[in-house]
Design a protein around this ligand. Structure first.
Ligand code: ADP
Ligand code: MG
Length: 270
């Protein structure tokens, strides 16, 4: 049985933004891979019915016998849903299209916001000795995204360096504030600018606005627009493995380092 109050050793980070196509899945896959490359043990929970993170890490659709859906709605044991990937230290909880009906099914479930929270607090999670759990959220502020935020310690927000990028953030922040009624200590891990193009004035403008509005919440590291990043999923690999010296790979390594550094600083402060 899961004990909802038991502490988890891993830091749980929801990668969320209700806009589609802003780099959530790309960031979840490559940040996970970059953390694993540094020797961390990482679980990526695919919480998007599209299953792009699962595909991008080489889990074939026909091999997704047990998925996040089973974990949330059929009480499947964590140990049976979590599986290895080709990357050492990187595990995945794959998603299938079944998840698209989860929102409807959750409406009549009184524990609806806590299913992922409780699933990640099953005692058997200890056997994976995880340092990080990253949750790839769907492009909506649905019940699935709320589950991710209730389960998580923090939310990491990819922000595409594009016109109107900041517009959607107030809605996201409102949701975070509401979720704090259930998960008091939910933090914002940070906002990371994605698909950044230095030669584009608009990218620079979005960066300036984001830093002026959000200050320290914005990661120093920015993820450049890089074709190698977009090619990697069709080879079922993180860009770190597909083209290890690409600018995209280097940026995700820097993001992992900055993330780890922030925790170090936070631990020293507290
Ligand atoms: P989301 O999960 O938010 O919907 P994705 O991570 O799937 O967004 O990214 C949307 C599209 O943008 C994908 O085709 C992806 O390959 C591409 N993409 C994401 N980040 C980059 C990048 N840094 N450079 C180039 N293409 C990118
Ligand atoms: Mg996605």
């Amino acid at each position: 049985m899961s004990d909802p109050s038991r502490p988890v050793g891993a830091r749980i980070i929801a990668v969320a933004n209700q806009k589609g196509g802003v780099g959530k899945t790309t960031t979840a896959i490559n940040l996970a891979a970059a953390l694993a490359e540094r020797g961390c043990r990482v679980l990526l929970v695919d919480l998007d019915p599209q299953g792009n993170a699962s595909t991008g890490l080489g889990v074939e659709v026909e091999n997704r016998t047990l998925s996040t859906y089973d974990l949330l709605l059929d009480d499947a044991p964590l140990a049976e849903v979590v599986r290895d990937t080709a990357i050492e230290g990187l595990l995945i909880c794959p998603a299938t299209t079944d998840l698209s009906s989860a929102d409807m099914e959750l409406v009549s479930n009184e524990k609806r916001s806590f299913l992922l929270h409780d699933a990640l607090r099953q005692p058997e999670i200890d056997r994976f000795a995880l340092d990080y759990i990253l949750i790839d959220c769907p492009p909506s502020l649905s019940q699935l995204t709320v589950n991710a935020m209730v389960a998580a310690h923090s939310v990491l927000v990819p922000l595409q360096a594009e016109f109107f990028a900041l517009e959607g953030l107030s809605q996201l922040m409102l949701t975070i504030r509401e979720v704090r009624q259930a998960n008091r200590d939910l933090r914002i891990e940070g906002v990371v600018l994605t698909m950044y193009d230095v030669r584009n004035n608009l990218s620079q403008q979005v960066e300036a606005d984001a830093r002026a509005t959000l200050g320290e919440l914005v990661f120093r590291t920015m993820i450049p627009r890089n074709v190698r990043v977009s090619e990697a999923p069709s080879y079922a690999m993180p860009v770190l493995n597909y083209d290890s010296s690409s600018r995209g790979a280097e940026a995700y390594r820097a993001l992992a380092q900055e993330l780890i550094g922030r925790h170090g600083a936070a631990q020293q402060r507290s």
